[in-house]
Design a binder for this molecule. Structure first.
Ligand SMILES: *Cc1c(COP(=O)(O)O)cnc(C)c1O
Length: 413
């Protein structure tokens, strides 16, 4: 049996020294091994758990004793992932969800009621905008969308019923960075909470709670799994919220992560730090190279000094720009710019043409016609997304091979 500590009536904890670093947490935090002593975490594919007697079952259902009951809300594999991710984010607790979108649904349903108000960046993930505006709007939760980077706009949008500020940084695909500490101060001054979607940086680069954020949202589908295998999500935050309203809602609504997908993410977390480091280094080198290509009109990458929020990004993201780079191909008229962008994408032989990101395989996408295809052209232009723009989510291939892959298409335009 592995080293563990246990309080009466509580599930045991891994006995880790308190001062271990992120890389160590990423491979060690979880639950103690079973009596079989497995070194790699076990996958518990079971829907329910057996109790020794009726009285114990009653105590467990009444939450008097912490135990595994039913996999809609408690499962050892899922709990290992939750404990590990919470420790990486520096929060007390975490609850895993079936997808990144269901994490946001859990957040809003768990915290807000009809008549409440949200302030959200205009540059967040497209489905987040749809969920807040169209779906929660139906239930009387109103959202005001504001600038990603203008803190004054967030402050001006406050209302007496504002309960939540929601940010995502850096944004997709323009990599605009918002000031987490400034937004936390605005939220707390108004008695509201700040939630940050930390999908693009992951806790390996950015820990928003250290900058004052209250809740962290994850799409585990991206860097946490990191190998493009599963759809997953999570909310990290204080135990009073996670084990309180969010757990109660999970029990009733059931947007739970399957133990199998939790296991995949759990094992993905073990390499999160080295992947983020390697992929970000390659992204920086690629961004620097793109910036001097004559066929490239503009590069968007927080790690470049030319990025408008470069200094803030470096301070907030542990000195790293992350692994997503966007650039605009030359071409004045929209049609010509689009043709050039398509030519570059179609000439790649290594990069995957897909709008997913956070994979070890580099992905390349044309935001205007895919992720942002549902917007009108004026809406896209207002958001700064032009027809010549290409987004590259850098993976683990060799930098020279990625340059060659993009140079092939650039030579054609
Ligand atoms: C992908 C993504 C989501 C949604 O996550 P899913 O796991 O696809 O539901 C939310 N936020 C950001 C920033 C994302 O990139």
């Amino acid at each position: 049996m592995s080293r563990s500590t246990r309080e009466p009536g509580r599930l045991p904890r891994v006995d880790l020294p308190t001062d271990v670093r992120l890389e160590t947490i990423a491979v060690r935090e979880g639950l103690p091994a079973t009596p079989w002593g497995e070194n790699s975490e076990a996958l518990f594919l079971t829907s329910s758990f057996v109790h020794p007697d009726a009285a114990t079952a009653a105590a467990r259902f009444a939450n008097e004793e912490e135990a595994f009951v039913y996999s809609r809300f408690t499962n050892p594999t899922t709990m290992m992932m939750e404990r590990r991710l919470a420790a990486l984010e520096g929060t007390e607790a975490c609850i895993a969800t079936s997808s990144g979108m269901s994490a946001i649904m859990l957040l809003v349903m768990g915290l807000l009621k009809s008549g409440d108000h949200i302030i959200c960046s205009r540059s967040v993930f497209g489905s987040t905008i749809k969920l807040l505006q169209a779906e929660f709007g139906k239930f009387g939760v109103q959202t005001t969308f504001v600038s990603q980077t203008d803190v004054a706009e967030w402050r001006a949008a406050l209302q007496p019923n504002t309960r939540l500020l929601f940010a995502e940084t850096p944004s997709n695909p323009l990599t605009e960075v918002c000031d987490i500490r400034a937004l936390a101060d605005i939220a707390h001054g108004a008695g509201a909470l700040l939630a940050v979607d930390n999908c693009f940086c992951s806790p390996a680069l950015q820990q928003p709670v250290k900058l004052g954020a209250d809740l962290i949202i994850h799409s585990g589908t991206k860097y946490l799994d990191g190998q493009g295998r599963v759809v997953a999500g999570a909310v990290c935050g204080p135990a009073a919220l996670i084990d309180g309203p969010f757990m109660a809602l999970m029990r009733s609504a059931g947007m739970c992560l399957s133990p199998f997908n939790a296991w995949v993410v759990l094992k993905g977390l073990e390499t999160l730090s080295i992947r983020m480091k390697a992929q970000s280094e390659t992204a920086l080198a690629l961004a620097q190279w793109l910036e001097v290509q004559p066929q490239v009109a503009r590069v968007y990458y927080p790690g470049l000094p030319s990025h408008p929020q470069h200094e803030l990004a470096m301070a907030q993201q542990g000195g790293s720009g992350g692994a997503v780079v966007s650039f605009v191909t030359r071409g004045d008229a929209a049609d010509a710019a689009r043709a050039n962008a398509f030519a570059v994408i179609d000439a790649t032989r290594i990069c995957s043409i897909t709008s997913n990101l956070g994979d070890t395989k580099t992905t390349v996408t044309h935001p205007s016609s895919t992720s942002h295809g549902r917007l009108t052209e004026p809406q896209r232009l207002a958001a700064g997304i032009t027809q010549g723009m290409i987004r590259v989510a850098v993976g683990l291939e060799h930098i020279d091979d990625l340059k060659t892959d993009l140079a092939r298409g650039l030579a054609l335009i």
